[in-house]
Design a protein around this ligand. Structure first.
Ligand code: SF4
Length: 248
């Protein structure tokens, strides 16, 4: 987050620059989690911006810019964290660039400590083949953990409709591993709601979505999905792995 970044909610100008204790954050979750469970996504984001101010960010994997669009309308200049693993499709990087060029957001590209070449040198070539959990830990989980250090709350585009594993994604939850409030404003949205929002608001979408990739991760671990199949079945296809670890 840059010092110049200012986040302004529609109705509240948030000025919280000091972090809250984990106890205070957990208390917010227990109170507001039930209160906002059925609230519109815009209201959930507005609450987060008003509550956490500059200590709130959203994350995006650049499958689409729905969450960034929602958040930037509530809080122009909102921080959007993108993890550049070094293994993204060119279309994903292009979507990131388009979001940065056309939307009122403060886009923050986070990279792992090691380049892919350095990782290959230390752990052996193509760690994603030999130990994908470690590869995700090094290229996703650890960088995100570090990048969230200056925030109290982060928002994700998690949706319960995406996969059975995400059924319990709460709208406002406590991320015990990160000791942060985790906000999922579109957790209750159906696929149809997402499509309608994209069409009505002219939201940027990664072109791979229209090319058989409803869920997009790193190119070595993402495959096309047949129409009607689980949208996330193309991620780590043929392995036991279903999540990268940033949501567990
Ligand atoms: S998704 Fe694949 S390439 Fe990307 S970090 Fe995880 S294991 Fe590595």
């Amino acid at each position: 987050m840059t010092a110049a970044t200012t986040i302004t909610a529609r109705n509240n100008r948030a000025t919280h620059t000091e972090g809250r204790s984990p106890e205070e954050l957990r208390e917010l979750v227990s109170h507001w989690g039930a209160e906002l469970e059925l609230a519109p996504a815009e209201d959930i984001i507005e609450w987060a911006v008003a509550t956490f101010g500059e200590r709130f960010c959203i994350t995006s994997s650049m499958g689409d810019a729905v969450l960034a669009d929602l958040a930037s309308k509530v809080a122009p200049g909102v921080d959007v964290v993108f993890l550049d693993t070094g293994y993204h499709f060119v279309e994903t990087i292009g979507t990131r660039d388009a979001v940065e060029a056309t939307m009122p957001v403060n886009l923050l590209t986070i990279t792992p400590v090691q380049s892919v070449a350095e990782q290959d040198a230390q752990y052996g070539k193509d760690l994603y083949k030999t130990d994908p959990d470690l590869c995700c830990a090094l290229r996703k989980v650890q960088p995100l953990q570090q990048s969230l250090a200056s925030y109290d709350a982060w928002a994700t585009g998690l949706r319960r409709a995406e996969t059975h594993n995400r059924v319990i994604a709460p709208v406002i939850g406590w991320d015990a591993k990160k000791q942060k409030v985790k906000v999922s404003p579109i957790a209750r949205w159906s696929d149809e709601q997402v499509e309608r929002y994209i069409a009505e608001n002219g939201v940027l979408v990664n072109p791979l979505v229209y090319d058989g990739y409803p869920s997009i991760g790193c190119w070595p671990c993402t495959r096309r999905v047949a129409p009607g199949d689980d949208p996330r079945s193309g991620r780590w296809a043929g392995t036991h792995k279903t999540e990268c670890g940033i949501h567990s």
